[in-house]
Design a protein. Structure first.
Lengths: 179, 179
């Protein structure tokens, strides 16, 4: 089984994933007349399951749409007590040390994971558990907000896999960890 | 006279321009057998003068080479008392509010300026005085260090001019301020 922990996330030029109020409307202000999916379907084609934090879970639940994931979703949370009944067959609560969480997910047969949410991504980066990182840079400086990166204990070298411009204005760059 | 304030700088994936000790050796670790200049000559071809902070000035002075700039260099500093004798014909001390500093440089006939150094760039960004921003992303996460961006008071929208991969590993992106 291929095991890879992957990040696919958008940031402002100055490195924020949300504004100071948690708002993400600025992510979608670039004209996109052909509804380009910015590589999302291609990315998800090689994902077995999603692992997200509780904040991201709440944001996705708040969207006015059906549950959007076709793969199993693991929600990493110590505070959440149970998953709402309507999605209990597709969403699973996990907690504990990340390596143990991963071992459990792998045991379920899910090797290629989409790691999502600022805090969860930071937790994985701190333990050097991210293998692939796709960052889409939005051409705006927010000035302040929720950062993608916080202090990490060690330097980590990556390799550029590809970089391309999406809808004329977004730069999407894929890095993989050199090990 | 065309007046534009331009930044041309490299950062780590996590947004640092130097490591926690001010070190920048990691900038030059990507193999570059053909000594590609990463667009520097093209960038400098449209620069009338350089404006840098005192730290950057000290770093450049510390390099084991002749003074590298062929255009006038303005050093923004309140602490520096005088410019060393060997470069007094090419380097000029300035200080005061940035708009006044700029007015003085423009009066000297220098309109297209290379704004360099972390603190100086941050000062210009805080006052929304940057027109062009070329960021070269190095595929490494340092974990900690001297950040390119600090908190800024306002959101600023940019436009992607171009993005290209340099020496197979660096992503160089040129943005211009939308006004």
């Amino acid at each position: 089984m291929t095991k890879r922990n992957k990040v696919y996330i958008a940031t402002s030029i100055d490195g924020f994933i949300a504004d100071k109020n948690g708002g993400i409307d600025w992510l979608n202000e670039t004209p996109n007349p052909d509804k380009d999916d910015l590589g999302y379907a291609d990315f998800m084609a090689n994902i077995d399951a999603v692992l997200m934090g509780r904040n991201t879970f709440d944001i996705v639940r708040g969207f006015d749409m059906d549950w959007p994931y076709t793969v199993p979703v693991y929600v990493l949370s110590n505070s959440l007590k149970e998953i709402p009944a309507d999605i209990q067959d597709r969403v699973f609560l996990v907690n504990g040390p990340l390596t143990e969480v991963l071992a459990g997910i792998h045991k379920n047969g899910h090797g290629q994971l989409y790691i999502d949410g600022g805090g969860t991504v930071q937790g994985f980066l701190k333990e050097d558990l991210i293998d692939d990182l796709t960052i889409t840079h939005i051409p705006v400086m927010l000035g302040e907000g929720i950062p993608l990166f916080k202090t990490m204990p060690n330097r980590m070298d990556f390799e550029l896999v590809s970089s391309e411009t999406k809808i004329g204005q977004l730069v999407q760059t894929h890095y993989q960890r050199m090990r």
